[in-house]
Design a protein around this ligand. Structure first.
Ligand code: CUA
Length: 329
């Protein structure tokens, strides 16, 4: 009996070590980790996680200690008074106080922003299969459209107005805070408060189709001046008007490039494509080769992508389109 108990204890310790190691490994990517907070909300969630983890571990240790004592401890009769007290403290007082503390800590972290002032930045987010349409509200009520990359000023309150045009997606920047679904026919509001400048990674956190995993976006948190410079650059028309090949191939039917083609609304706005770090929503790093590969076979890179293949275009035309896109800074 004792050997069995010791054996199972050893197995439990082993399991706990494996779990702890996998937790450490999974927390290794600070760009996309809720345990490396770069925003006030993520910091609160991280604190809650560690509080719950250590609180749970403490309760687990107490229960395991009691179980081991029950199995291995000396067997001698206890008084009825001791038993009553033991049951009251262990079975009533301890769970009641423990759960009340957990509830109070959890309630204190509920968002309270509904009563507060309007946000510093408001961004309209429309989730698409499989990319993100972002539209910044400016102070004069105008909109600045972009896609698949977000820039935010550190120290501000940012409101994301989340909608979806097709299926349910979920908007999540783990380093900045919690996630919220983007649901067709609904508008959901998420507020985040980025605090630490850096480059983070946002993702779609709800399975939405074969390329659910290729639906990410870089999040660049910078100081206010850098953010404002970025936004005013994004509000300008394209830095190149050399789009003859782009227009001849029909790209303008789906993509807006302000100053070149205004009609398309199906695909991402490409006006400042070359200012972005990735193409195809975080799928490939931005480069000439990646653009060329993408134009030839979008669905090889991203299954289910709505963009058709342009493999039949003559090489010279494709090269001219890629040249044009590379100039859209
Ligand atoms: Cu969009 Cu998963």
């Amino acid at each position: 009996m004792r050997r069995d108990a010791a054996h199972s204890l050893r197995n439990t310790v082993r399991l706990a070590l494996v779990l702890a190691a996998s937790l450490l490994i999974s927390a290794c990517n600070p760009e996309q980790s809720a345990l490396h907070p770069a925003g006030q909300d993520a910091a609160e969630l991280s604190d809650l996680f560690w509080f719950m983890t250590f609180g749970g571990a403490l309760v687990w240790c107490i229960i395991m200690g009691a179980a081991i004592y029950a199995v291995l401890g000396k067997k001698r009769p206890r008084s009825e008074k001791f038993a009553d007290r033991f049951i009251f403290i262990g079975g009533v007082a301890f769970p009641t106080i423990g759960l009340a503390i957990l509830l109070l800590v959890g309630l204190a972290l509920l968002p309270s922003w509904r009563e507060q002032d309007p946000p510093d930045v408001r961004i309209h987010v429309a989730a698409e299969q499989y990319w993100w349409r972002f539209s910044y509200e400016t102070e004069d009520g105008a909109r600045v459209d972009t896609a698949n990359e977000i820039h935010l000023p550190a120290g501000s309150t940012v409101e994301f107005v989340l909608t979806s045009t097709d299926v349910i997606h979920s908007f999540w920047i783990p380093s900045l805070g919690g996630k919220l679904d983007a649901i067709p026919g609904r508008t959901n509001l998420l507020r985040l408060r980025p605090t630490t400048p850096g480059v983070y990674r946002g993702v779609c956190a709800e399975f939405c189709g074969p390329s659910h995993t290729f639906m990410a976006f870089p999040v660049i948190v910078s100081d206010q001046a850098e953010y404002e410079a970025w936004l005013s650059a994004q509000a300008q028309p394209a830095t190149s008007t050399n789009g003859a090949a782009f227009l001849a191939a029909g790209c303008g039917a789906c993509h807006v490039v302000h100053g070149v083609s205004e009609a398309g609304s199906v695909g991402p706005d490409l006006t400042h494509l070359a200012s972005r770090r990735t193409i195809a929503a975080g799928t490939l790093p931005f480069s000439r080769e990646a653009l060329d590969d993408w134009i030839v076979a979008p669905t090889h890179i991203k299954p289910g992508a709505r963009m058709p293949s342009f493999a039949t275009l003559p090489d010279a035309d494709r090269a001219a389109i890629v040249d044009f896109l590379m100039d859209l800074r």
